[in-house]
Write a protein that binds this ligand. Sequence first.
Ligand code: C2E
Ligand code: MG
Ligand code: MG
Length: 756
Amino acid sequence: MADSDSLFEANLCSDTIGQDAPELTEAHEPLILIVDDDPGMRQSTLDLLSVQGYNCQLASGGNEALEILSQLKIDLILLDLNMPGTNGQYVLEQVSNKYPDTNVIIVSGETTFDNATNALRQGADDFIRKPYASDELIKIIHNVLDKRNLQQKVARMHQCLRASEQRYRFIVSNSPDIIYMLDQKGHFIFINERATTLLGYTPDKIIGRHYSKFVHPDDLEKAKFAFDERRTGMRSSQSVEFRLLCYDNKPIRYFESHTITIELNAMGIYEEGTALENFFGTYGVARDITERKRAEEVINFQLYHDLLTKLPNRALFRDRLQLAVSRSRRNQSQLAVMYLDMDRFKVINDSLGHLAGDQLLQTVSSSLQDCLRDSDTLARVGGDEFNLLLPDILGRDDVCRIAEKIIHKLREPIVLDGYEVVVSFSIGISMFPGDGEDIDQLIKHADMAMYHIKGHGKNGYEFFSDNIKSLYQQHISLEQEIRRGLNEEQFEVYYQPQISMVDNRICGMEALIRWNHPDKGLVPPAEFIPVSEESGLIIEIGSWVLNTACAELRQWIDAGYEDITLAVNISATQLRQPTFEEIVIQALNQYQLPGEQLELEITENVLMQDIEQAVSKLQSLAKYGVRVAVDDFGIGYSSLSYLQTLPLHTLKIDRSFINEIQTSKSKNTIVTAVIAMSHGLGLDVVAEGVETEVQLNYLKQLGCHKTQGFLLGSPTTSVNARKLLEEQRNLCPITFKSANVTNIAPAIKIQKFLDI
Ligand code: C2E
Ligand code: MG
Ligand code: MG
């Protein structure tokens, strides 16, 4: 066997190594059977072949030959025809029937042409006449054995090919991917069975049809790119993702198709730069990536949406706004950005619980969406904050209509957990072009406008304007100034006396913050408390006031004014602090104060905002004796039943009611009712803002316990407050005679007042 031949054969058969490899007939030294009834002939042939190196067996007749054939694997028979008994013809017949792999050379004295052709027809490989020339016999034997070798090789190759084809067919049919081949026009010429499991089509429904019949219409361009383009060299392999249609409208599946453009030229060999007319078609593998795609879609959705409301999130909103701004620049159209913030969401969330809060956000989101066009984008950008993009609007009127529609729609009560809730939104609007050059500015300006409407009564909408911007900036700079003020100790606590109607003595002091602003002078709390509340600075300010005032109370007690109650105002944000009770208790401990001498003033509205947490916090402070006063009582909305739930000690009638008392004959039913009620509930009652003697006498008649107001003392510095206490001790007991005092410095005022 030639070297190259054996290499070829080895390569071919290497495919079959491993499973299912067929057994192959191995090449070996040939075994020759010499069949002749003439012993001399037998021996001489044996001698001749032995010299040539052949292995031989001898048989003296037909029967013996058949016997040997049944036992040994004979490669070649040298067969005499004329033999007594079983003759050569019969043996030849048996060999061609039973031993097709055994070659036969007739060695006979028969010389007729007929005999020779008969023998060849019956399967003999050659014929030689006796007596023969040795050379001639050897030559014939060589020829037959060579031919036999070749035939065996071919047979082995066929065997290998068959096995290899079986293997590949198995691989292709059982591939987890679709394997296909398209002709140069894009018709399927091959597809494996995987197409049936994945798409539902049997291969015969696909073969011969154009690929475009199976590709999702939106993905046809991508498919064309993969299948139609004639590429060569490095570019010939393509990987594209697209969707294929399933049989019978089953859900569409995603595929990642790796296709290779097939090119055949005359030689069947690929050549760089081959002419494109040799394009034969496309071969490829399509992998089902539906699950991966779905997972990607979920992740993508989560990245760009708010999971509670399923609305776009801030990132997606910004992206859409960016596109809309570019389009608006190009088309010279207008767009609007709305910043919507739900009013009092926190109160609802805190009082009804987070589940109800979530439900409210979902309901509100879908109500908002009902007011919008398909092209609008509503996004949830924070807890209760939404951004709305309105592209292609005609002008402000258009936007006003949508804002009004939203406000109107949201007026409908929403039932949550059995409670009817009415929500409202503060909406700020910015327009492009006009209110900003980029998306950040547009969003910021809409936010500023929203902020403005929030500060002006809520539940409405406002367009951004330069005025709003400057107010906003003032607000921001005020916030910064407050911070600086805190660092630079520009704040001071003033004290306003509270007078007991029983003995006309100062029984308490209310701590009221003041800001000694370096440029603006003394700034009243109304101008900085709301900003401090919004920014959270009130936490720091509040603690500072509490500590400063407690330190002051310690001094009063140390100076012998032991029965003075200190009233400190507490804001909503402070009360909401989780550590609120600790802060109060720590202040008491630090200055070793009895809780009974500290009264926390909390406005009616703040208490009502979250009655449950107020009750629990104030109750735990009540264990330390800390008193609680309802400040500005009467102006808020409150249910009277909570008065009994809360650990209360004092009601402070708002000064607006006191102000209404103009004459001694005034009929101020609210004041009368509040005083009567506090008697009934066993609470102290303080009248705030007492400015005239008429008011004072009126309140005294009704049995009001304490008063506070300019008449008896304006808020004053700690030094003056101490003086007041000192004077009171010196002048004891105090008797009120008549009063005709205007608003003058408190210490002097009381002095003067008492002098009369
Ligand atoms: P409030 O707690 O109701 O305090 C009483 C307010 O009425 C004080 O105003 C006081 O100066 C004023 N006032 C007292 N007597 C009279 C009077 O006869 N006539 C008139 N017209 N007004 C009178 P002020 O000090 O400007 O404080 C205003 C509000 O600011 C306070 O109302 C309180 O709610 C808040 N506030 C003051 N200090 C603090 C503080 O340290 N923390 C907190 N959270 N709020 C404070
Ligand atoms: Mg107060
Ligand atoms: Mg008040």
